[in-house]
Design a protein around this ligand. Structure first.
Ligand code: NAP
Length: 278
């Protein structure tokens, strides 16, 4: 999600960045888009070979999985050896306390800060795209979506806003040592989101709040392991409920000179994904 979006933002500036993927077929798509593809696996950093030579800045994002810290530390070490000056790392600004996901990120961040390279963190609140697109099928088929976040609120941010902030940091100076907490313009509950989507689609979309156990069953029946469901979905809903995701900042306006995307604007922009019959 973030990698492709940041790449898109850089390509739209007329740049031709290198882009790492594990997939040969994805590499061909990236080349057609104008990027310089690098086929490598961060679990085997030697697969990066000489591909980072001459790069000044690098953007680092990795999936929510238990080896996140190892993949990122491998990349940081390789960047250092290749002479990269500055790493922009994707983090997050929901208050995760001391949960496993934040420990993985903090381990990688500590390694980055000790590397001697310049660094910047781009720290989104929960992203609208990854939070709402997975609900598209029940929104289309049942006019509702299921979650276990209670009435908890979140400063949902669009992926595009985060990508444009990251692209700005990658292409301008003065960002070393900063942690940019990127959020949407308001803290909204999932019921508020359902209301915004209802207004855009012109019919009622309901948010159905489920006990966490039932939500876990739905996620597992959709193919997730309990561990994936916990790290990728349930812990986030719990944090909404606990009031740990309400942060709203003005970073989008400060860096990009325009307001952050609201939930309603996001749903309008992506109406086709949620409209039944499309
Ligand atoms: N979603 C949110 O609301 C949110 C908010 C704040 C922070 N975050 C953070 O965002 C991150 C997840 O971002 P995302 O959703 O963009 O992740 P994603 O869609 O899972 O993408 C991860 C990328 O990493 C690449 N990748 C995975 N394993 C790799 C490996 N071994 N070697 C090389 N490349 C590898 C994948 O490329 P290929 O498959 O092409 O190889 C893919 O492009 C997490 O760190 C999470 O904590 C998420």
């Amino acid at each position: 999600m973030f990698g492709g979006a940041v790449l898109g933002a850089l390509l739209s500036q007329g740049l031709h960045p290198r882009a790492v993927t594990r997939s040969e077929s994805r590499a061909q798509v990236l080349a057609r888009q104008g990027a310089v593809p690098v086929v490598a696996d961060l679990a085997c950093p030697e697969s990066l070979g000489e591909s980072l030579k001459g790069a000044e800045k690098a953007f680092l994002v990795s999936p929510m999985q238990p080896d996140l810290n190892l993949l990122e530390k491998n990349f940081i070490d390789h960047c250092k050896r290749a002479g990269v000056r500055h790493i922009v790392k994707l983090f997050g600004c929901v208050d995760h306390g001391d949960d496993p996901l934040v420990r993985l990120h903090l381990d990688a961040i500590d390694h980055l800060k000790k590397s001697g390279m310049e660094w910047t963190l781009v720290s989104p609140n929960t992203v609208m795209d990854s939070n709402f697109f997975p609900h598209a099928s029940t929104i289309k088929e049942e006019s509702c979506f299921y979650a276990s976040a209670g009435q908890g609120r979140c400063g949902f941010v669009s992926c595009l806003d985060c990508a444009e902030v990251a692209a700005h940091v990658l292409t301008t100076d003065g960002h070393h040592g900063k942690d940019y907490q990127v959020t949407g313009p308001e803290a909204a509950s999932l019921a508020d989101a359902a209301q915004a989507l209802s207004e855009v689609l012109g019919h009622t979309i309901e948010y159905v709040d489920l006990p966490e156990k039932e939500m876990l069953e739905i996620l597992c029946s959709a193919g997730m392991t309990p561990e994936e469901a916990e790290m990728q979905v349930l812990c986030h809903y719990r944090l909404f409920k606990e009031g740990k995701a309400t942060l709203v900042t003005d970073v989008v306006r400060e860096l990009l000179g325009r307001p952050a995307t609201s939930l309603k604007e996001f749903f309008e922009r992506n109406r086709d994904a949620f409209e039944s019959g499309s």
